[in-house]
Design a protein around this ligand. Structure first.
Ligand code: MG
Length: 325
């Protein structure tokens, strides 16, 4: 009897409690405006393990949730209600108060972006939220287990658009500590400099090493021999292996673009003791393939789809916690 219980407990630890990390990308971008409170509320209502989101720092030091370092003309309307046409309005140059004048509740019609997310429901009037408001939302939902995978949006190639890695990472660490959320937050970045700072200054907050080796984004081999993105850890010194490069940087979690990932790399990462979180996986067939390969987590614009397919595979599911945004 004891042996059976022990076996059941071990099974739970392997496939149950540790489960598949279901991450709602920018909340639930396929369903509601990205990185807004309504999108995060939807993800909480669907039931995700983790809210994935991106951050920027305003001129007056408020951490806000935005994928773009500059206001994105594809999703942003100005104080007069018209679509912004400039692509150079850096969030870092705006105060929190100034930022509140912009509406990010709808994708501009007829853009490629609108076509790509044609099922997204608009929420006119939605604003770029403070990161603290996302934490509050989860609290109001009574959800004490959801995790936050927080990306620092910062580019070593465009330092003028953001705070420095130190200022950015320290602001984030300060807020996470003040909210007492060290154990439920991961800080992720393509710019590994911010991750090195977090590991040094707040080792109790886990880091996630993002990688992309796509024609439209490559932070691993950018400028080939000395990518400014990887904090001095270059892949050529680690046999051309991204998992080994992440490991050398002190990482415990590797988050590759799912199109870059191979079964061999996944096996290598697991052998190194790394967890692997694939982004951004939206098609049923791709999600199922990633689950069957045995990734540790999946980031999707459609957390509803992700949850349905995980349920179909008999995986443990996180609680669903409805809340009004
Ligand atoms: Mg992100």
């Amino acid at each position: 009897m004891r042996r059976i219980l022990l076996a059941a407990a071990l099974l739970m630890a392997a496939g149950g409690a540790a489960g598949l990390d279901l991450q709602g990308h920018r909340g639930a971008r396929g369903l509601l405006p990205e990185n807004t409170l309504p999108a995060f509320a939807r993800a909480l209502a669907i039931g995700v393990t983790t809210l994935e989101l991106d951050t920027a720092l305003t001129r007056d030091g408020v951490i806000v949730v935005s994928h773009d370092t500059t206001l994105n003309p594809d999703i942003t309307r100005g104080p007069g209600g018209g679509w912004i046409t400039r692509a150079d309005l850096a969030i870092h140059a705006l105060s929190w108060q100034e930022l509140q004048a912009y509406d990010v509740g709808r994708i501009r019609p007829q853009t490629a972006y609108a076509q790509r997310f044609s099922a997204q429901q608009p929420v006119d009037g939605a604003r770029i939220p403070r990161l603290a408001a996302v934490f509050d939302l989860a609290r109001r939902a009574g959800n004490n287990s959801v995790r936050f995978n927080i990306e620092t949006k910062i580019s070593p190639e465009q330092p003028q658009l953001t705070a420095s890695p130190e200022v950015f990472a320290r602001a984030l660490i300060r807020l996470v500590r003040a909210e007492n959320l060290e154990s439920r937050v991961t800080i992720q970045s393509f710019d590994w400099r911010t991750l090195q700072i977090v590991q040094r200054e707040a080792p109790q907050i886990a880091t996630v090493y993002l990688s992309a080796q796509q024609p439209w984004l490559d932070n691993i081999r950018a400028r080939d021999v000395s990518s400014p993105w990887t904090a001095g850890f270059h892949i050529t010194r680690y046999g051309g292996s991204v998992p080994r490069t992440v490991k050398a940087a002190g990482g415990a979690v590797w988050s590759p673009h799912f199109g870059d990932l191979t079964r061999e790399q996944l096996r290598e990462a697991h052998q190194l003791g790394l967890k692997v979180i694939a982004w951004t996986v939206n098609d049923d067939a791709d999600i199922v393939r990633m689950i069957d390969w045995g990734v540790d987590g999946i980031i999707s614009d459609y957390p509803d789809r992700l949850r349905r397919l995980a349920a179909g595979r008999g995986l443990a599911l996180p609680p669903a916690t409805p809340v009004t945004p």
